[in-house]
Design a protein around this ligand. Structure first.
Ligand SMILES: Nc1nc2c(c(=O)[nH]1)N[C@H]1C(S)=C(S)[C@@H](COP(=O)(O)OP(=O)(O)OC[C@H]3O[C@@H](n4cnc5c(=O)[nH]c(N)nc54)[C@H](O)[C@@H]3O)O[C@H]1N2
Ligand SMILES: Nc1nc2c(c(=O)[nH]1)N[C@H]1C(S)=C(S)[C@@H](COP(=O)(O)OP(=O)(O)OC[C@H]3O[C@@H](n4cnc5c(=O)[nH]c(N)nc54)[C@H](O)[C@@H]3O)O[C@H]1N2
Ligand SMILES: [Mo]
Length: 785
């Protein structure tokens, strides 16, 4: 059966001022009236205007739910409305009154649904009942929970446990995540990749070698004590907007904010607080960045090396003059290892090399170094612009080196702040979702649950994809997420999924991953975090860990989208009970009846980290997990904080070609999406309207390569593996971005990223630096002038 366009959509948030030109410069601050308008629009679009406003009042409050959007810290004394425009959109998207029931699937084959866009699929609303794929009709048909659990168990029992992969996107609670990781290990595998493998894994791999912890050391209180922030590769106004409050407060105290980003992101330029009546009624806005350095994509390691070089050389000079030192010599002597080797390498680097690699001038770097050198307490904040490179791990370690030079860790206002993605992605790692056995407390699990845990290394995201391609992975279980779309190389990967024996997707909304399935396939709908979760002992609370290692409680408040839904813990327990032999030490049913018992189990497993978990997790502001590095205790091999010298400073890991016609493509999020969930086609802050099929590039490159504004092009990846990766019909537009750089949207451009193009050792796909060429498109298009 085919579907008319009318039936399918458009269902998008309409463009603000549809005058036919897709790119118009946005001159207003981030936040402000535009923000309130965008919130109102999506509440109406999802038919939740009245209920939505009530729900939003409880977002990120001690008695309410933890936002399902980003992982930014939640203060103990929240604002009246402790949410941002994009958190409100994520809420509206989840509490929508639209439903995808059995009747929907009766009307559409999966082959047909594969021709729909992600937006068309997700905007149909919430999944309501468990479904099984029927090969004869190519449709999802209704099934029962018991049948689904029994059938999934039977399929998994027929496999070697290492042939199955248990993926987790970073949203599920600490309770669910603990149960899910235990399920996989009791079954017999460490194949527990998660979205972090595509995200901050470069942090999780890089920081333990530098400072002995895998997470950031900055806490919310530090924002009140810092006098300098160095911001790398994060689009804060879009992806962690609540942080703009802390940045605004810091600016009012005169704190210097120095940003390194190829693009002038609005939120880091200026902000008007939509919760401040004064700012809304007057043209008041706060300038956020005091210096803005538009470096080349992938130029960070060189830029940071430039800053380090200045500090070290100024310090050399200070010593010669017997003037006050620039470096924190006492800290370096007492707490660090490897300084001399590092300092010599920085002294030896040439400015020509640094300028060429960063595309920043020596003078610009001196400005930044001066401010940093004068700050008593400085912090570094960063996002995907740092981690999603071939040299992602080294980038993280270079940031740490810069902080170590002036002892900027383990004291108020100083430290490293990786801005995490999903609302509980950091917490999932904390409670055992990891493919790296050394990061899981296997001995403790053995002692508590009386089994022999698997000790082999499990598969990360990229390795799981390789396993699907070579046939060694036969089952995929997804706890949330949209794996098949979030990963690279769709041309290569899409056809491989049908070779799986089993695929199981636990989800709130329909997405393309549910349509790329194995011979036996189940789609299991679950409660979202905003919904009331009723179990035998009453309404349940869950918990999440934010970017600052702070654990918070969360309690749903809307009625479930359907009576048939199960909670995520109940689904994990259902599979476990059907799959695993009875174990008197693991009472899955008791855990589902009362999540407080799961928290007790978490505390028994991690007694230092989760002391008095049940007593503390609901207190306003949550509780902090203790981190050794915050106390200047270094759990590294040397027992010190390590200066680590990158081996990639003199070669360009990302770009195999020095041909000027080869450009570097970064794939980023727009203002109207949460990862692969695209709510609408506008990216207001970047001035893009009504389309995501655009490539934003430097005007000089545009002309040099023979294109005119708005031309349709075919973009193709430069690689030597013989696979053609290209997208035809994208439109090029001149944009304020350095020469040689080009920006496109995630996930539309994911097919351009080779699976093998990833960071060394963390294996994070290098989604921010893809070598590409452009040529005139075969297709033509009328473009408004
Ligand atoms: N509303 C909303 N919030 C979200 C998400 C969402 O999709 N929507 N996603 C969540 C998730 S999972 C994550 S991981 C985070 C992601 O949040 P971000 O880390 O902001 O991720 P991106 O949107 O990919 O933007 C990357 C930024 O890095 C810059 N950049 C690109 N290449 C480089 C480079 O080489 N060097 C430097 N210095 N900068 C560079 C880009 O210009 C852009 O500003 O946000 C989380 N929060
Ligand atoms: N090119 C490129 N690729 C990227 C990135 C990039 O910057 N560029 N970023 C990478 C990053 S940082 C990340 S984190 C990954 C994201 O990868 P994923 O985490 O796999 O993807 P999401 O788009 O966040 O998943 C959205 C889906 O999650 C489901 N969902 C939502 N809420 C819930 C819930 O409460 N429970 C359950 N069970 N399911 C739920 C819905 O069905 C929804 O369709 O993508 C990565 N891919
Ligand atoms: Mo992420």
């Amino acid at each position: 059966m085919s579907t008319s366009t009318e039936e399918r959509g458009p269902q998008v948030v309409p463009a603000n001022e549809p005058d036919g030109t897709p790119i118009r410069a946005y001159r207003n601050p981030a936040g402000g009236w535009g923000s309130l308008k965008a919130v109102a629009t999506i509440l109406v679009q999802q038919h939740v205007a009245v209920n939505g406003s009530r729900v939003l009042a409880h977002q990120n409050k001690p008695d309410g739910f933890a936002c399902v959007s980003c992982s930014w810290a939640k203060p103990a004394d929240p604002h009246l409305f402790e949410f941002c425009e994009n958190g409100a959109k994520a809420t509206a998207w989840e509490i929508t009154t639209k439903r995808v029931g059995a009747d929907f699937f009766a009307d559409h084959t999966l082959s047909e649904l594969r021709t729909w866009t992600g937006l068309e699929l997700e905007s149909r609303g919430r999944l309501t009942a468990p479904m099984r794929w029927d090969a004869a009709t190519d449709r999802y048909v209704p099934t029962t929970w018991q049948h689904a659990f029994a059938e999934i168990a039977k399929e998994l029992q027929a496999l070697d446990p290492n042939e199955a992969v248990f993926y987790a996107s970073g949203r599920a609670s600490l309770e669910t995540s603990y149960m899910y990781a235990l399920l996989a290990r009791l079954y017999g595998t460490n194949n527990l990749p998660d979205s972090s493998n595509m995200c901050h894994e470069s942090t999780s791999v890089g920081l333990p070698k530098s400072i002995g912890v895998p997470v950031g050391t900055v806490q919310l209180e530090d924002f009140a004590h810092t006098d300098c922030m160095l911001f790398f590769g994060h689009n804060t106004g879009t992806n962690a907007p609540r942080m703009l409050h802390q940045l605004q407060d810091a600016r009012k105290r005169g704190v210097e904010i120095i940003t390194f980003n190829p693009i002038k992101e609005r939120g880091l330029v200026s902000f008007a607080n939509p919760q401040s009546p004064l700012e809304m009624l007057s043209p008041a806005q706060t300038q956020i960045s005091t210096q803005y350095h538009q470096l080349k994509i992938g130029g960070d390691a060189a830029a940071i090396a430039g800053l380090c070089k200045y500090l070290i050389e100024w310090d050399d000079e200070a010593q010669r003059q017997h003037a006050p030192r620039i470096l924190d010599a006492a800290f370096i002597a007492e707490h660090t290892h490897g300084f001399e080797t590092f300092a010599d390498a920085m002294r030896a680097m040439t400015w020509d090399e640094i300028e060429a690699r960063s595309q920043l001038s020596r003078a610009a770097l001196a400005d930044a170094a001066h401010v940093y050198a004068q700050a008593n307490a400085a912090m570094v904040l960063y996002g995907m612009g740092i981690t999603q490179h071939r040299s992602g791990v080294h980038n993280v370690q270079m940031l740490m080196n810069l902080l170590l030079l002036r002892g900027n860790i383990g004291r108020p206002g100083a430290g490293i702040c990786p801005i995490r993605g999903h609302s509980n992605v950091q917490g999932q790692r904390t409670v055992g979702i990891t493919e790296k056995p050394e990061l899981a407390p296997l001995d403790k699990l053995q002692e508590l649950y009386g089994f022999e845990p698997p000790r082999d290394k499990g598969l990360s995201t990229v390795e799981a994809c390789q396993g699907v391609l070579d046939g060694t992975v036969k089952a995929f279980i997804g706890l949330g997420g949209n794996f098949q779309v979030a990963i690279p190389d769709h041309h290569v990967m899409d056809p491989a999924w049908s070779r799986l024996r089993l695929s199981v997707q636990i989800a709130t909304k329909l997405n393309r991953s549910h349509l790329l399935h194995g011979e036996v396939a189940y789609l299991l709908p679950c409660l979202g975090r905003i919904e009331i979760d009723r179990q035998a002992s009453g309404e349940q609370w869950v918990s999440v860990e934010d970017s600052t290692a702070c654990v918070h409680g969360s309690h749903g408040l809307t009625e479930p989208a359907s009576e048939t839904l199960l909670s995520e813990p109940a689904i994990v327990a259902g599979i476990a009970q059907a799959l695993l032999p009875p174990n008197p030490k693991v009472d899955w049913q008791a855990w589902v009846d009362d999540y407080g018992l799961v928290r007790e189990a978490i505390e028994r497993t991690y007694p230092d980290q989760f002391k008095d978990f049940n007593q503390r997790f609901r207190q306003p502001g949550g509780f902090h997990r203790p981190l050794a590095a915050c106390k200047r205790e270094w759990k590294t091999q040397t027992g010190k904080a390590n200066f680590i010298l990158p081996d990639t400073l003199d070669e360009d890991a990302d770009m195999p070609s020095s041909d000027p016609d080869v450009l570097r493509l970064m794939t980023t999020r727009g203002d109207n999406q949460f990862n692969t969930s695209v709510y609408g086609l506008d990216d207001r802050f970047r001035g893009v309207h009504g389309t995501r099929e655009v490539l934003l590039m430097n005007g000089e490159d545009l002309t040099r390569l023979g294109f005119a504004e708005g031309d349709a092009v075919c973009i193709s990846t430069v690689s030597d593996d013989g696979v053609a990766r290209e997208i035809d019909g994208m439109h090029v537009h001149a944009f304020d971005i350095p020469v040689g750089c080009i920006m496109g949207y995630y996930p539309e451009c994911n097919r351009l990223i080779p699976l093998s193009h990833h960071a060394k050792s963390s294996l994070v796909p290098a989604s921010k630096s893809i070598p590409v060429r452009l040529r005139k498109s075969a297709a033509t298009r009328q473009v408004a002038a």
